[in-house]
Design a protein around this ligand. Structure first.
Ligand SMILES: *Cc1c(COP(=O)(O)O)cnc(C)c1O
Length: 368
């Protein structure tokens, strides 16, 4: 009884829920927008920063590990942060159609925002290498999906060329507005922690996101919203690690399809981030990615896609190098629901099937 009363009182005193307007309105003064910019938003951003006990304890040394759960954006990945900017600016420039190459998440996000802005969305995807959830989204959001017998890098070459010859705006991360939107995640992290973290761990595909985070951290540092800059730790799958080995990979392979990219467009930017932040790039195996993926699910109740788990897998691989007392943020770039096949094939769940519908048989299976 008294418990219920407490809740009622707290409701009376506080209006708890505040509507978040989306990141353009929230961070207007930090973004290249003006009163003329039509804001196309699904109220993306403001994703939670969650403390991860299991990983913190595995590292020890009084280290605090958090994940920035960007898979909770409207279409389930951080791409929405960039897409609200790219599509709003495209709309401002009277564009009627957008195009992208995609391993899946860009196409889902581009389609959602383009449709909200009443534009056509063309998406090129590598046949057979897009996770089911992402393909489902692009179709439901009404994208015009073109699947090619070639990998992401080939698809990007094609859309880049088309966007120079036809009136369609390219919304891959070569579009500078994408990175502007994505940098807001660094702002949110600093606001949550009260300072920048010591390390920022992040998966890299085209390396737009690591470049965007670095922009965000630098801007807040310059304006004294933080008193330090993080080391930027970028991770790639070992079968798809062009930035680690500093060479193009012609046939990239990994279970983490979102980062199956052999020729990253933001290569120069990423290498600069590594240098300026005293950072480090490292390759991790698919097995290590899956171990981190399962650990986040089973121990923390956090379901991310395999590419995202690379940030945690990479951190665990570097655990001996982590300075004591440090604060670390791992970016979880996409939602686990994106890739149900990976989930079904990679778990240690107890799953009893085909039982008779009786209390006896159910209890027997429960081994109580
Ligand atoms: C796009 C994407 C990445 C890679 O981001 P880049 O900016 O290309 O480096 C990583 N994880 C997920 C889930 C993605 O969708």
């Amino acid at each position: 009884m008294s418990f219920i009363k407490t809740i009622k009182n707290s409701f009376k005193k506080n209006t708890v829920h505040k509507t978040w307007p989306g990141l353009i309105e929230a961070y207007m003064q930090w973004l290249p927008v003006s009163e003329k910019t039509p804001i196309i938003t699904l109220q993306e951003g403001a994703t939670p920063l969650i403390y991860i006990r299991s990983v913190s304890e595995e590292i020890g040394k009084n280290v605090k590990v958090y994940v920035k759960y960007d898979g909770l954006n409207p279409t389930g990945s951080f791409k929405d942060r960039g897409m609200t900017m790219a599509i709003s600016k495209a709309k401002e420039n009277n564009c009627e159609a957008v195009i992208c190459a995609s391993t899946g998440n860009t196409s889902a996000s581009a389609a959602a925002y383009a449709k909200r802005g009443n534009m056509r969305a063309f998406v090129l995807i590598p046949e057979g290498y897009v996770a089911q959830g992402k393909l489902a989204q692009a179709l439901v959001y009404g994208a015009e999906v073109i699947s090619i017998n070639g990998n992401f890098d080939k698809a990007l070459d094609i859309v880049r060329e088309i966007s120079t010859q036809y009136p369609v705006t390219l919304v891959n991360s070569v579009n500078p507005f994408r990175l502007e939107g994505q940098k807001t995640s660094a702002f949110e992290i600093i606001e949550s922690l009260g300072n920048a973290p010591d390390w920022l761990c992040i998966p890299m595909g085209n390396a737009g996101n690591i470049s965007a985070y670095w922009m965000g951290f630098q801007e807040y540092f310059k304006h004294k919203r933080s008193d330090k800059l993080p080391r930027m730790l970028g991770f790639q799958a070992s079968g798809s690690a062009p930035l680690v080995h500093e060479k193009i990979i012609h046939e990239p392979q990994t279970i983490a399809t979102a980062i199956r990219i052999g020729n990253p467009v933001n290569r120069e930017k990423a290498l600069k981030v590594k240098k300026e932040s005293n950072g480090k790039f490292l390759a991790i195996t698919d097995e290590e990615i899956i171990r981190a993926y399962k650990l986040l699910g089973e121990k923390e109740g956090i379901f991310c896609e395999p590419a995202s788990a690379a940030s945690v897998a990479g951190l665990l691989k570097l655990k001996r190098e982590v300075p004591k007392d440090s604060t670390i943020v791992c970016v979880l770039t996409g939602n686990g629901l994106k890739d149900p096949d990976c989930a079904i094939n990679n778990n240690d769940a107890i799953f009893h099937t085909n039982l008779d519908p009786t209390i006896n048989d159910v209890v027997k299976a429960m081994k109580l």
